[in-house]
Design a protein around this ligand. Sequence first.
Ligand code: SF4
Length: 193
Amino acid sequence: SSETSVAELDWPALAERVRTCTNCELHGTRIQTVFGVGSENADLLIIGEAPGAEEDRKGEPFVGRAGKLLDAMLGAIALSRDDVYIANILKCRPPNNRDPQRDESTACTPYLERQIQLLQPKVILALGRIAAQWLLQSDAPIGRLRGQKLGFGNPETPLVASYHPAYLLRSPAAKAKSWEDLRLVRKILRTTP
Ligand code: SF4
């Protein structure tokens, strides 16, 4: 029932809670919620900021050209979309793809935190400035947050921040640094029991 706290919900109940959520104003403009996709046994959790127009239509995160690039990035460390779990901080699309507002991120983050509790990933890859800054509660530019093993939550999950694939499409020169970040993710996956 809606009386049960988010922190006690299992996967199906959590997905249903999100599907019917009206906890922030974004519920009024969404086509559908974008809960997340992938393996519920994934060692790697990828977190972006929010659904865009195509995600809002399809109900899946990271689709379109940026999604294809993400798939290629995962392929480079011998992973596919089915091996990982992909979610966003916001489950509903902000109108005109504006940045998430603090109250929206605050309202939605308990769902992501529950996803992390259920998954217990070995490492989180935060893609893009918005996701990285929110998860790390930092104002530092993505160029300073990336490239190192940081952490999220309590108990702490290792977190690596990197560039959003949509940014890499516009700035291909950043791909070399993105590759360094992926290799760090791969190293954490390999060395975590
Ligand atoms: Fe609920 Fe999150 Fe959608 Fe806001 S963005 S309505 S908190 S699911």
